[in-house]
Design a protein. Structure first.
Length: 85
């Protein structure tokens, strides 16, 4: 009998932590709301697919300019004290 076909590898994931000034901003990644609010701590990071991700923070009707972060499976990526104004 033939061996079963290999399972497709799951997309590699990396960790992302961030904070904003003021805190409590929604975190949008690649145009989707993550459901998390800032700050996201190193101890409880967001899990995001590896590669370039566009991050926007939204608070009180204001949003930041999109910031491109590169998520890496080996490292924790951080955006700290992003101003939402």
């Amino acid at each position: 009998p033939k061996p079963p076909p290999p399972k497709p590898a799951a997309a590699a994931m990396g960790k992302f932590a961030c904070s904003t000034s003021p805190t409590g901003a929604q975190i949008w990644v690649d145009g989707k709301n993550t459901g998390r609010l800032t700050p996201v701590t190193l101890g409880n990071p967001l899990s995001l697919p590896v590669g370039k991700r566009k991050v926007v923070f939204k608070l009180n009707g204001k949003s930041t300019k999109p910031q491109v972060v590169v998520i890496d499976a080996e490292n924790l990526t951080k955006l700290i004290n992003v101003k939402v104004e």
